[in-house]
Design a protein around this ligand. Structure first.
Ligand code: PMP
Length: 445
């Protein structure tokens, strides 16, 4: 398998030449919150698939729903003049679930990048329908991650995900993220930093001209950029600035929706109502590629009141509203609510966060520990705490490998170790992750 993998697969995140010398983990099975590899090792999945397997790998109601839907209707989309019963039922459920966020209508996609692309496109279309065609630009946060399509890559705030693909979409501008550990203002106080970043947003809007900006897109807690929770004043401040300037607010909740932060959505966590909310990942617990863009009622009203005919311009996917994805999502949502995974995420997340802080007291190389909002945490590793110089590849590779050998899979992304385990984690599983990391750090130090 290792040789075939090196010969036939393109791994987008690894250099092809590394693939044989440094083979990826070949996962052949999974159970509960653990994965089983080709050599028979069973380890707790501290990555939760890819922030998406919130309910673990053994969720029988979702498996049953997928099997039943395949028998009843395996495919028909909502792209053209059709819909299907599964997706109608799902839309009713999502409408109720996201009602507190002011979002009433769902547009379906095949994943997170599609959801971002949809929101970006619909934002421009919204302004055209409204008679403000000059609003075409986008603002976003440095360190933000918004998927791999050209629109999403253009608003991505991390140069690593952009430079190889340039020129990207014109008219995208990035403002500093409220990231206390490193920021251009050298401000470590989260509240003061939030104010400085909001001022930077105001300044950028004034510089660009408010009437040229279609939307601001942000993750309520930056995920792939290294789990960076903003101060609680930040997202409400963004909402206020957007509203005052006629700019749509797109919440990219591909990671944060459905309980990961301890709330049912990241926006709700900060008490904010966005205009669009991009979801995917945990919507089917990772069992089917699927996503939904939830749209605010007043945005829908503009499209529905359109007299220009511009709203009819097509945007859709072959797999929009896929009935098997919809059935999976419907069962997933029911289990998500029944198990109240948001509450477990908050409780286990607090245990994990304090355990990681204890590790920081023990190991010099842990420069920063971030978390405290459900089950998304990160450790930022440095070679020297005073200079904050990033850690080298050697120690971080050892850390990852030894942690795995000791029972937990963690994700390494640049200088960060990211933890996003399933939300059904137990306290014993949290302990397994912490003990494995302890062994990993001891070996890497
Ligand atoms: N937005 C965010 C915030 C994400 O974290 C991701 C994926 N990690 C995406 C968009 C893209 O989702 P996908 O990989 O399903 O296309």
């Amino acid at each position: 398998l290792k040789e075939k993998n090196a010969r036939s697969l393109w791994h987008p995140m690894a250099h092809p030449a590394d693939s044989l010398a440094n083979p990826p983990t070949i996962v052949t099975g999974a159970e509960g919150v653990s994965i089983i590899d080709v050599d028979g090792h069973k380890v707790v999945d501290g990555v939760g698939g890819l922030w998406n397997v919130n309910l673990g790998f053994s969720c029988q109601p979702i498996k049953d729903a997928i099997a039943a839907q395949l028998e009843q209707l395996p495919y028909y989309s909502t792209f053209r003049g059709t819909t299907n019963d599964a997706v109608i039922e799902l839309s009713e459920e999502l409408r109720e679930f996201f009602e507190p966020d002011g979002l009433t209508r769902a547009f379906y996609t095949s994943g997170g990048s599609d959801s971002v692309e949809t929101a970006l496109r619909l934002a421009r279309q919204y302004h055209k329908v409204k008679g403000e065609p000059a609003r075409t630009k986008y603002l976003s946060l440095k360190k933000g991650y918004h998927g791999t399509h050209f629109g999403g890559a253009s608003v991505n705030g991390n140069a690593n995900f952009r430079t190889a693909y340039e020129p990207l979409m014109a008219g995208c501008f990035h403002i500093p993220a409220p990231y206390p550990y490193r920021n251009p203002f050298n401000e470590t106080d989260p509240e003061k930093l939030a104010q400085l970043c909001l001022q930077a947003l105001e300044d950028e809007i004034a510089f660009q001209g408010a009437g040229t900006i279609a939307a601001f897109i942000m993750e309520p807690i930056l995920g792939a950029g290294g789990v960076i929770p903003p101060h609680k004043s930040f997202m409400p401040g963004v909402r206020d600035i957007c509203t005052r300037n006629g700019i749509l607010l797109i919440a990219d909740e591909v990671i944060t929706a459905f309980g990961r932060t301890g709330s049912w959505s990241g926006s709700r966590h900060w008490g904010v109502k966005p205009d669009f909310m991009c979801t995917a990942k945990a919507i089917t617990n990772g069992y089917f590629p699927f996503g939904a863009v939830m749209i605010a009622d007043d945005v829908v009203q503009v499209f529905e009141g359109d007299k220009t005919g511009k709203a009819a311009i097509g945007h859709g996917y072959t797999y929009s509203g896929h009935p098997v994805g919809a059935a999976a999502a419907l069962a997933c949502l029911a289990e998500t609510k029944r198990l109240k995974v948001n509450e477990n995420a908050a409780a286990r997340g607090a245990e994990l966060f304090s355990g990681l802080q204890a590790l920081q007291d023990k190991y010099e190389m842990i420069g920063d520990v971030r978390g405290g909002h459900g089950l998304m945490c990160a450790l930022e590793l440095v070679s020297d705490r005073a200079s904050k110089a990033p850690i080298g590849k050697g120690p971080i590779g050892t850390l990852q490998e030894v942690t795995y050998q000791n029972g937990a899979m963690v994700r390494v992304s640049g200088p960060n170790v990211i933890l996003s385990p399933p939300l059904v984690l137990t306290s014993a599983d949290v302990q397994t992750i912490l003990t494995a990391l302890d062994a990993g750090f001891a070996a890497a130090s």
